[in-house]
Design a protein around this ligand. Structure first.
Ligand SMILES: [Zn+2]
Length: 107
């Protein structure tokens, strides 16, 4: 069973329970549509949708997702967006730190 983003349901549940705020900038997600920027969105930390484990799937805000796009994490962390927001490899969530150290691979 996969959800509409192609993410296995058990992984989806794990990630929903784990990521209560953006894994990159730490903003708390909003449920209403008034602030689309702080809405949660599904993120593949390593930009390969075939890597479908909870070590590669995370929730981040729409702003970070839009800014990161298809960039490599390391490159994105050097971007103006991250510098302006104070996002570094030290400030990101644990799942992202792990992915920096040990990038999830296709199993
Ligand atoms: Zn964010």
């Amino acid at each position: 069973m996969v959800n509409k983003w192609g993410i296995p349901i058990d992984v989806e549940n794990t990630v929903l329970a784990r990521d209560k705020s953006c894994v990159y900038c730490g903003v708390t997600f909003t449920k209403n549509d008034n602030s689309r920027k702080t809405k949660q969105s599904w993120e593949h930390i390593v930009n390969d949708i075939r890597i479908n484990g909870a070590d590669n799937i995370a929730l981040c805000c729409m702003s970070c997702n839009a800014s990161k796009g298809a960039k490599l994490l390391k490159i994105w962390l050097d971007s103006k967006y991250c510098k302006d927001k104070g996002i570094t490899k030290e400030t990101v969530a644990l799942v992202v730190k792990k992915a920096i150290k040990n990038p999830p691979e296709l199993k």
